[in-house]
Structure formats: C-alpha cells, structure tokens
Design a protein around this ligand. Structure first.
Ligand code: F6R
Length: 621
C-alpha cells in the first residue's frame, strides 16, 4: 500500500515521479504528492486529495514556481491508514529542527509513532497531520540537529528504533545531491541508470526509464547520489546487493480497447490458462512439471496453504484439489489469523503462500513465522521478484501477466489452475495417481482456454441478471465442494466493485442460520455442477430458498440445466456454463461470477478498476 518514487540526477525528475506514480496508483489512490529540491536547495511540495489526476492538474502551476527544472524529487500515492485522505495527511511530510528540514515519503506503518510524537512534541516539534509518517522527518531533523550527524547517519541510527513494517525515502533541504531510503517488510528497490538513480516501491514505476535494479534487504539503508549507491545492512556495515536486470517493456501496456482493465483481464484468462499449461506440463507426457526442485517432498506430512482475500479462496480450492489428488492433509488459513494463533508446525512440512503481489504484509508475516519454524516454503506468486519469492525454497510463477485492476480475476484463475497442477504433481509423486490418470486430467485441463473463450462471448443473460441486481441491497452466493470457495469469491467480487452487500456460504450451511436472511426477491446466486455428485443436494437447498420466495439465479452446466425438474425452473433465472469434468469447474464457474460483478458495477457506474477504500497491494498488517 502506498507507492513511493524517488529520483536523483534526472532533469525530468517531476515527469519521472508523476509517470512512476501513475503506474503505482494500484497501491493506493486516496491522495498524491511530491517534493522537489530547488536549485538553492529549498524543498517545494505539491499535494492533492484523491487520485493522481488531481495532482497532475496542479503540476503546471507548481512547475511555474520553480526557477529551473529540479533533478531531485520524491513522490507518493497514498492508501490512508493513519488519518483521513486530506491534503494535510498527504505525503511528502516535512519536519524541521534548527538548521535541518527533511521531507519524507513513506509506505507502511510506524507502530510506535505515538511514543515518538509525544517525545518530539516535548522537544518542540509541531505536527501538521494525523499521520504516523510525520514523526520520521521530525525525528531525523532532531537527530541531525541534536548530535550533528548527516541524513544517512540519522536514518541508520533511527531505523532500528522504528517498530513495524515500512519503507521510506528522505531528502534534506540544502542537499540537492542525495536521497536516503530504507525498508523493513515493505518493498523498496533502487533503479540504476547513467547519471541518475531511483528509489521505487515497484520496478514497474520505472518501465522505459531503467532496467537495472537492486532489491534491498530488511533494514538496509541506501544512500544515493546521482552516480553512487552505498548500502549498509541492519548492523550498519557496508554491503552490496545483486543487480537484477528486468525487461519491463511489455509491463506497462494499456487497456487495449477494453473499457476497463478488469474486463481486459477477464478476457485474458484463456491465454493465461494456455500459458500455464504450456509452461508447467511436459509437452510429451502431459505430466505436470512445476518447479519444485527446492523442496524435499519426502518429509511432507501436512500442507498449510496461507493467503488473504481472493488468494485465500483460491487456496481453499487448492485444498480440495490437493487432498483429493494427493491425499496429503491440507489446511487453509487466512494469513492474518494464522500468524497470531501460533499453530503447531512440524519441521519439514510444506507451507504454501499464495499471493498475486508477493508483498501482502499478512501473508509475509505468516511466511516468516512458518520459515522460522522449519517449514519448507513454496510461494505461488505473480511477481517472481517479490519479497515472498525471494524468501521461498521454491517459487511457482503464476504466469498471469501484470494484473492492474484492483479486483483480482486472472490471477485467481491462475492460482487455482496452478494449485490443481500441484495436486496432480504431488499425487503422482506420492504414487496416489498413475501417469495415465494424471494424463487424463491434464488432457481435460487443456480444454480450458476454449471453454472460457466460449463463455466470454455469451454475456446476454448475465447482463439481465446484473441489471436486476443493481437495485438490490444484498445478495447471497451459495456453492458446495470446490464451488463453496467460488461462492465466497463471487460474493467478494460483487461487494468489492459494486458495493452491494454480498455473502458467500457453503450451500449446506444455509439452514444453520443464513436462511433467515431470505425474503421475497432476495437474489440468491447458486453454483451447481452436475458432475461432482452433489447436484441433487444442491437442488434441495435451492428449493429451501424458493420456498421463501428468494430470487434464485442458478449457475449450472449444460448437463445440469437439462436435469432440472420442470417445476424447479419456475421463477428461476438460469445461467449456463459449458459442462466439464469436476476438476475444471472452479475455473469455469469463476468466469460468470467475475462478469456478473463487473456488469453490475458498470451498470451502477462505480469505479471498477479502482474501487473505493481499496488498493492492489496491501503492505500493512
Ligand atoms: C480481491 C483481491 C484481494 C487480494 C488480497 C491478497 O479482488 O484482489 O482480496 O486477493 O489482498 O493479495 P495478494 O494476492 O497480492 O497477496
């Protein structure tokens, strides 16, 4: 959450910062701001509430106040934690003590900010915002004034005293040729170019500007001048970190004719599935060949899959797949709960983190806990350069391609498909499935791209259902077996982008309480495949809703539609998907749910790609 861009040594510093921020808006869009060092070394700031567009509108006026284009700048796009989205709370924050004025952009949370605020206030500091961030420039300025140290020394001395996960970049008035940055838990990397250097939350910010990057380790402090990079580690000792070359040329592509990134990404799913199957199944044998060499599967007795939000629902589908295909007992957990209930962990067992971004703070904390307890770490991520990937024993690149829309679609599908392949690979390795059985499954999986494509061109019924939903205050999503997590995911998608209150339940759970919510006209979206042996039970649950005059929207496969009793069809809206073997169902059923949420949201006119209060990468706990 929150995006940081720092530039030094580039006469287009303001442009680079704003372009970078536009690519980091996925990290938050409550406010944006930048600070530059003018020719006389004075700090000038410009901030605006709301999306980057509001800041951009102010930039021409801001530039006009600067005598020459600055070469040093820092910028920030905010996802509010401490303090409302106001201009006063927007970054950069500035703190002064004596001769020292410091500006800071910050991502994450300084948990002990209140202690700092009290102490600094007693020392004469004044605060203009409600943020935790503001203590950083003030503490740095006080340190520099009090003990006569430089900016980089102040950062080195104070960072160990800050609690929490964070990254920040600081610059000092009168020092136009230096930037200092540090990180713990939250991402920050250095971009290197001829005569200029950069500090960014995500290399994507610098696509087309530089291709060489240095990833910082926790508690590293980096000191940048236009031509020099110096890093000290958590013990204050000089260190070097490897330079990684990234090809970002294709990363920043636009909507390609689609109205929203979300719709584009829904339509990319056939290609994503094809890519995963090509990359991770052997062309001859069709056996899965996920890159698991870093793991010792012989010691695995239990698997823990840990993730957040949509990734957690993908993990829940993965549990069904792995347990049924490999017979290895598998637990799933929400990362924020897993970490703090200190579950018993057996060394040698397998911990799987599922994370599109690879940076989610809760998942990262859970991963660190599992690693400290001797678990083998497998990370499924769409960002193979992410912090989680760098901590893993083995990494499965989701192969979904950059996902821009905040509501996840193609990354979910990619997670599910990769977890199914993992189940097959483990099942084969453990001798639970024969080569012929696995071959049968992967042959079916290869039909996925075509099946998804066929669904994407038939959205008429969904459009009608979506129109009906726009007037609803509430909706229920129900499913059984592998489709239970799909019901949770369908409800999450709906509430995220249409702001309609939606709940997902396992169908069998309805009678234990949620059925009290059913009243005439309540939309109840039921997911039912005819191939999992649960179809009749699901139809019974559906009758229970019908008896209370809920409006049933049944999403089922072609074969299921023909099995409906005639009486059961009355008052029901039918959405059909192609019939498929059960293993494919969670992916097939994801598509209409994504489209339903998308169509409802567009009809309501909400901000589909950047829904309110959300951010794509959640790097605070
Ligand atoms: C919902 C959504 C979120 C993320 C969650 C975890 O559409 O995208 O629920 O799934 O914040 O994010 P990652 O996968 O980056 O760890």
């Amino acid at each position: 959450m929150c995006g940081i861009v720092g530039v030094i040594g580039n006469p287009q510093a303001v442009d680079v910062v704003t372009t970078g921020l536009s690519r980091l808006e996925y990290r938050g869009y409550d406010s944006a701001g930048l600070a530059v060092l003018g020719p006389a070394g004075a700090i000038h700031t410009c901030k605006a509430v709301g999306k980057l567009a509001a800041l951009m509108a102010k930039i021409p006026g801001f530039n006009a106040t600067l005598p020459t284009p600055p070469t040093t700048a820092i910028g920030h796009t905010r996802w509010a934690t401490h303090g409302a989205p106001t201009e006063a709370n927007a970054h950069p924050h500035v703190g002064t003590c004596g001769a020292h004025t410091i500006a800071v952009v910050h991502n994450g949370i300084i948990e002990n900010y209140n202690e700092y605020r009290t102490t600094l206030a007693k020392q004469g500091a004044t605060f203009a915002s409600e943020t935790d961030t503001e203590i950083i420039p003030n503490a740095l300025a006080h340190r520099m004034q009090g003990v006569g140290v430089s900016l980089v020394q102040a950062v080195q001395q104070l960072t160990p005293t800050f609690r929490g996960h964070f990254a920040f970049v600081a610059m000092a008035q009168g020092k136009p040729d230096e930037l200092v940055g540090t990180r713990r838990g939250a991402p920050l990397c250095v971009g290197l170019a001829e005569g200029a250097s950069y500090l960014v939350s995500d290399p994507l910010a610098l696509a087309g500007i530089c291709s060489r990057f240095v990833y910082l380790e926790d508690d590293d402090v980096v000191h940048l001048t236009p031509n020099r990079l110096t890093i000290t580690d958590k013990n204050g000792l000089p260190t070097t970190r490897p330079v990684t070359t990234l090809d970002l040329s294709t990363e920043a592509s636009g909507k390609q004719g689609f109205k929203h990134f979300m719709l584009k990404e829904i339509h990319e799913q056939p290609a994503v599935c094809a890519r995963i199957l090509q990359e991770y199944t052997d062309a001859q044998t069709l056996l899965p060949c996920l890159p698991l060499l870093g793991l010792n599967l012989a010691t695995v007795t239990t698997i823990n899959i840990v993730a957040c939000g949509t990734a957690n629902y993908a993990g829940q589908v993965g549990k069904y797949a792995i347990e049924s295909l490999s017979r290895i007992p598998t637990n799933t957990d929400i990362a924020s709960e897993f970490r703090y209930r200190t579950p018993p962990l057996r060394p040698g067992d397998l911990f799987i983190a599922v994370s599109q971004s690879g940076e989610t703070a809760d998942t990262l904390a859970a991963l660190e806990h599992a690693k400290a307890n001797g678990q083998q770490i497998l990370v499924l991520t769409n960002t193979p350069t992410s912090t989680m990937a760098r901590m893993a024993d083995a990494v499965i690149n989701l192969q979904a391609g950059r996902e821009i829309a905040v509501a996840s679609t193609k990354a979910f599908t990619a997670m599910v498909l990769n977890l199914i392949l993992l189940g097959l690979q483990l099942g084969h390795a453990r001798g639970h499935l024969s080569g012929a059985q696995v071959h049968g499954h992967t042959t079916h999986l290869r039909t996925l791209p075509g099946l998804i494509e066929s669904m994407l061109s038939h959205t008429g019924v969904l459009q009608k259902v979506a129109s009906g939903l726009t007037g609803s205050h509430s909706a229920l999503f129900l499913g059984r077996g592998m489709l239970a997590p799909l019901a949770y995911e369908g409800a999450l998608k709906m509430k995220e982008i249409s702001y309609i209150h939606a709940e997902g339940y396992a169908s069998g759970e309805m009678k234990h309480g949620p059925i009290a919510l059913v009243e005439p006209g309540l939309p109840v979206i039921n997911l039912a495949t005819s191939t999992d042996g649960l179809f009749e039970k699901t139809l019974s649950n559906l009758q229970e809703v019908a008896a209370r005059r809920g409006h049933i929207i049944l999403v089922t496969d072609d074969a299921g539609a023909t099995q409906l009793p005639l009486s059961g069809k009355q008052g029901l809206t039918l959405v059909t998907v192609p019939s498929s073997p059960p293993l494919l169902a969670p992916i097939i059923f994801a598509v209409p749910l994504q489209l339903l949420a998308y169509l409802t949201a567009t009809e309501k006119g909400t901000d589909v790609d950047q829904p309110r209060n959300l951010a794509k990468s959640v790097t605070v706990e």
